[in-house]
Design a protein around this ligand. Structure first.
Ligand SMILES: Nc1ncnc2c1ncn2[C@@H]1O[C@H](COP(=O)(O)OP(=O)(O)OP(=O)(O)O)[C@@H](O)[C@H]1O
Ligand SMILES: [Mg+2]
Length: 248
């Protein structure tokens, strides 16, 4: 994998509303956050509190009604269509349900986001490397239905890494998994951060997952109700000591 450094993410006054019948529901309500490069941030909060919507806004999968998302020097909320498409390809997104294509092999699922781009042979080589990195070497020709939930989640993570993202957004990456498998997926994400410095924002319901992140942001009714630094004042970019400590 290419060495990368993580993105800085800023949201300012971010608002997203949905119309439900005649009512307006504010799913994300005035969220302003600055996320340091190379940090792993857990978004927590009850079901319906806006975690997925916030990730979708940061990943430009949904548009904001008010406020801005800025990633490094780019104001994502001001981009036009072509630039938005390029931005989406550079950000890794792991969806709440894996969103694998059932008729495609594991390898083709990982390569899928790259198909519009040139260099298919290179893409397949990179996809193999990534599948190896997530512990799925040898399963390239399997279909998603032949894999366990944890293995499917690894495929989804490998796919999200195809564009060598500096920012990885993961919606409940351990949500459908037993706690041991979930812990392995989190190990994998933390290891990716340690080795490549990428910034990771993940949504989770699980206390044990949030506790291993650098920062916990709790949402309630679309607002930030708690924002806690879990690093003990360490620079999140300085990951080596932290990596060994986390594995204790
Ligand atoms: N496309 C949509 N249309 C209408 N309402 C929506 C839509 N997407 C989300 N919502 C509403 O916005 C609120 C926030 O939803 P969101 O999916 O962000 O919550 P969440 O914190 O991710 O919940 P969960 O933990 O269950 O995944 C909810 O009340 C939800 O019903
Ligand atoms: Mg959600």
């Amino acid at each position: 994998m290419d060495p990368t450094t993580g993105s800085t993410v800023r949201t300012a006054g971010l608002v997203r509303q949905f119309r439900t019948g005649s009512e307006r529901l504010t799913a994300v309500d005035d969220v302003s956050l600055t996320i340091a490069p190379g940090s792993v941030v857990a978004l927590t909060g009850p079901s319906g509190s806006g975690k997925s919507t916030l990730l979708h806004l940061i990943g430009a999968i949904e548009r904001a009604d008010q406020g801005t998302v800025t990633v490094d020097d780019v104001e994502v909320t001001a981009l036009g269509r072509a630039d938005l498409a390029r931005y989406r390809q550079r950000v890794g997104f792991v969806f709440q349900r894996y969103h694998l294509l059932p008729a495609l092999t594991v390898l083709d699922n990982v390569v899928a986001p790259m198909l519009p781009r040139r260099g298919r042979a290179d893409h397949a080589a990179r996809a193999r490397e990534l599948l190896d990195a997530v512990g799925l070497a040898g399963r390239e020709r399997a279909l998603p239905a032949q894999l366990s939930g944890g293995q499917q989640q690894r495929v989804a993570i490998a796919r999200a890494l195809m564009g060598a993202p500096r920012l990885l957004l993961a919606d409940e990456p351990t949500g459908n998994l037993d706690s041991a498998t979930g812990a392995q997926i989190l190990d994998l994400l933390l290891d990716l951060r340690d080795r490549h410095g990428m910034t990771i924002v993940l949504a989770t319901h699980e206390r044990a997952v949030a506790a291993r992140c650098d920062r916990l942001v709790r949402l309630g009714d679309g607002r930030v109700v708690e924002d806690e630094d879990l690093t003990g004042g360490e620079d999140p970019a300085d990951t080596f000591d932290r990596a060994s400590r986390l594995r204790l």
